[in-house]
Design a protein around this ligand. Sequence first.
Ligand SMILES: [Fe+2]
Length: 279
Amino acid sequence: MPVPAQLPPVAGIGLRAPHVARVVSERPPLGWLEVHSENYFVDGGPALAVLERLRADYPIALHGVGLSLGSADALDASHLARLRRLAARIEPAAISEHLSWGRIGGRHLNDLLPLPFTEEALALCCDRIDAVQSALGRPLLVENVSAYLRFGCDAMAEWEFVAAVIARAGCGLLFDVNNVYVNAINHGFDPQSYLAAMPGAAIAEIHLAGFDDRGPCLIDTHGARVAAPVWALYRAAIERFGPKPTLIEWDTDVPELEILADEAAIAQSILEQAHAVVA
Ligand SMILES: [Fe+2]
């Protein structure tokens, strides 16, 4: 399988609607941009034209939320075809999806729902990832998700499931450090165990985001600054795996662009310290 251009091992941000005009006009010094693939499932129009313009100045990652890799339903062929068309047009540096499900009986649920960590789910996910990679003609990155329940039928730990998917499917890993921390607190495991099980060479991207801690458990809202313990876990990940492309995700109560750039600058400083150690 040909290896396309990769994201650079620097910090980027998720490009959200309130910031598009400023990013287009000011071209701020961001390492790369990530967009939600489904927002560009169109054959033309201004949004796609803007993405094509930005693509000339920034590496672009396409991040999907609707492929439902872990669903018992068959893969949605039209969704995959649209992703393929978008990828051919944008030539992104990465294409990613979530290790979750969100469709059943032909109905699409607007959520990233958790999978049971079983051999059956593992085999299903690997088949789907194989089909997606064949259709796209390039590796897919799959992302570990936050979850608020566990299944009684789980046969392995979450980190064992994620590592097994990466090894068997031969795909890349989009390692969401905030999701690891949120799950560690909510389900009571040591996030360092998770880190230790991850295949560092397969990590092609890292996500960082903020959570809400005002309730009985942490909620992965993508609506706040990255929390101190997540920064600490990120630093540990970079020390273990080396510098990796790192994205600041912010999806609710989206703040001024300067706040996102500030968060990206913190990630960048951690990456540069790691670069210095590597050099
Ligand atoms: Fe994420």
